[in-house]
Design a protein around this ligand. Structure first.
Ligand SMILES: NC(=O)c1ccc[n+]([C@@H]2O[C@H](COP(=O)([O-])OP(=O)(O)OC[C@H]3O[C@@H](n4cnc5c(N)ncnc54)[C@H](OP(=O)(O)O)[C@@H]3O)[C@@H](O)[C@H]2O)c1
Length: 286
């Protein structure tokens, strides 16, 4: 069975978190349009299984893997370097890997894991892949996030939750980080042909928070019957990544339809401060 259409044929798309839930449905949606899809995964074995599943479902064999544990700065840098060695041009980067943990878990870099994966990996991977995105222009960075940003704060005095950890505080902080990063990126990339957009998928039945318990786990379990399928959750991401009407549109937020994020998510000073701290944490001169 060939891909259902070839609208994205010749385009290289990298999707992180592509081994499960919304990311996997996004990778499948882009493969169904004929794109070359690189599946971002932390386990090569799981990535290979998903690659075969997507090939069977879409008839598209133009699939590849980028293996990186996005909780580790070193592993992310290695994954990006491997990617750049194979793909000098990138047309679409979808940052969708993420997780919820009810406990404070520290990464090999000494960072709190939700901060590291949900926010810092978006910042690091995007900046590392910018040369390929610029070479592939017009190109797009599409960031998955969540609506909880509206009640979040960036706790510059305790970014890693060392003094006082709250799982909800940490996931919310990471989501506000996604918005600040996306809008700052859009401003910095003006005139380069690379756009940055962000979306909130609504409630989607995925593996998110599975086995974590606590208030978040309970809420996710209670809401499951009302939640969308991963395919429905991914359709906005696929649209932002591929639709002709989004060509050149940047700094844009969609929650099923065009939406407005909180006033603080547009705070340029806050965004610049988070950018600086993130660059320092990653050892990037950007
Ligand atoms: N589901 C919702 O209702 C909803 C709503 C709003 C926002 N979101 C956001 O969407 C993101 C999660 O997506 P999902 O709901 O589709 O959950 P999911 O099914 O659990 O998928 C998460 C994906 O992220 C990957 N991932 C996690 N940690 C990683 C790491 N250290 N390195 C590389 N990849 C990693 C996972 O890889 P493995 O397969 O190896 O675990 C998986 O592919 C979260 O940031 C969440 O806050 C979800």
């Amino acid at each position: 069975m060939p891909p259902s259409n070839e609208a994205m044929k010749g385009k290289v798309c990298l999707v992180t978190g592509a081994t499960s839930g919304i990311g996997k449905a996004t990778a499948t949606g882009l493969a169904a349009q004929g794109a070359t899809v690189v599946i971002g995964c932390r386990s090569r074995e799981k990535g290979e299984a998903v690659k075969q599943e997507i090939a069977r479902a879409t008839g598209n064999n133009s699939l590849d893997l980028m293996v990186a544990d996005l909780a580790s700065i070193e592993s992310t840098k290695k994954g990006a370097a491997d990617f750049l060695a194979r793909y000098p041009k990138l047309n679409v980067l979808v940052n969708q890997a993420g997780l919820f943990l009810n406990q404070r878990v520290v990464t090999p870099d000494g960072l709190e894991t939700m901060f590291a994966v949900n926010h810092l990996s978006y910042f690091l991977l995007t900046n590392l892949l910018l040369p390929a995105l610029k070479a592939g222009a017009p190109s797009r960075v599409v960031n998955g996030s969540g609506g909880i940003e509206a009640i979040a704060k960036i706790h510059f005095d305790d970014l890693q939750g060392e003094k006082k950890f709250s799982a909800m505080k940490s996931i919310a902080q990471s989501k506000l980080g996604n918005f600040l990063f996306t809008y700052e990126l859009a401003r910095r990339l003006e005139g380069t042909g690379v756009t940055a957009t962000i979306m909130h998928p609504g409630g989607v039945k995925t593996e998110l928070g599975k086995g974590q318990g606590g208030l978040f786990g309970f809420a996710m379990w209670m809401m499951r019957p009302l939640m969308d399928t991963p395919e429905k959750g991914a359709d906005t991401l696929v649209w932002l990544a591929s639709s002709p009407e989004m060509e050149g549109v940047s700094g844009y937020y969609v929650k099923r339809k065009p939406a407005k994020s909180s006033a603080q998510s547009h705070d340029k000073e806050l965004a610049a401060r988070l950018w600086k701290v993130s660059a320092e944490l990653c050892g990037l001169n950007v």
